[in-house]
Design a protein around this ligand. Structure first.
Ligand SMILES: N[C@@H](CCC(=O)N[C@@H](CS)C(=O)NCC(=O)O)C(=O)O
Length: 219
């Protein structure tokens, strides 16, 4: 295959240090050893830089992440991760075995069942109840996830290989901690999160040391 300039360029991630969906993509790049550039989109500043007309041309949903890669622009973190997995060498992020691969269910539970709701709580219309709102939906999801992970996990979410489920879990636990969800109720989730935070790809991509991480939140 002849590679065009677009294929040779580094991918560009439009993201925000604290966005869980952006962190998912950073983990996937790190696991695959892919270098990428980051363009920060501050979700708070200026009323939300994702809401500009210019950013709309990159992601019509006006959310992060969006990734320019191989001459195409993708949004939706799980689609991005799948594309990275299918086009880059390195460890598989979606297992080959169909039953393990079907545990993509865990990623969907997090990305579609839990994650969409707490970010809504950032909208001004939601007002003072936003912490309770976020805690409610994270707790509801974690109550479902805990018994699932008890069945599927080994060292990681699905057996002993890191997969897309792990990529979704860790940023979701980070969000849960931000909203003071009591993780003691979820010992499997807590154990997996602690194990994964020791893995270099998860550490390197952590929100506490991204180019756009504010000084006071740096670690
Ligand atoms: N399903 C999308 C969700 C993207 C999403 O909710 N992004 C959040 C940050 S994690 C966002 O941009 N929020 C700002 C907004 O909606 O205005 C994905 O997986 O990429």
């Amino acid at each position: 295959m002849r590679l065009s300039a677009a294929h040779l360029a580094k991918p560009v991630l439009h993201g925000y240090f604290r966005s869980s969906c952006s962190w998912r993509v950073r983990i996937a790049f790190a696991l695959k050893g892919v270098e990428f550039d980051q363009v920060p989109v501050n979700l708070i500043k200026d009323g939300g830089q994702q809401r500009t007309e210019q950013y709309r041309t990159i992601n019509p949903m006006q959310q992060v992440p969006a990734v320019e890669i191989d001459g195409i622009t993708l949004s939706q973190s799980l689609a991005v991760i799948q594309y990275i997995d299918e086009t880059r060498p390195g460890p598989r992020l979606l297992p080959a075995d169909p039953k393990k691969r079907a545990q993509r269910m865990i990623s969907d539970l997090i990305a579609s069942g839990i994650q969409p709701l707490p970010p809504l709580s950032d909208h001004p219309q939601v007002g003072a109840e936003k912490v309770q709102w976020a805690q409610h939906f994270i707790d509801r999801g974690f109550r479902a996830l805990e018994p699932v992970l008890r069945e599927t996990s080994g060292m990681y979410c699905v057996g002993d290989e890191i997969s897309m489920a792990d990529i979704c879990l860790v940023p979701q636990v980070y969000n849960a901690e931000r909203f003071s969800v009591d993780l003691e109720k979820y010992p499997t989730i807590k154990r997996l999160n602690q194990t994964l935070l020791e893995v270099e790809a998860f550490r390197a991509s952590h929100p506490s040391h991204q180019p756009d991480t504010p000084e006071e939140l740096r670690a």
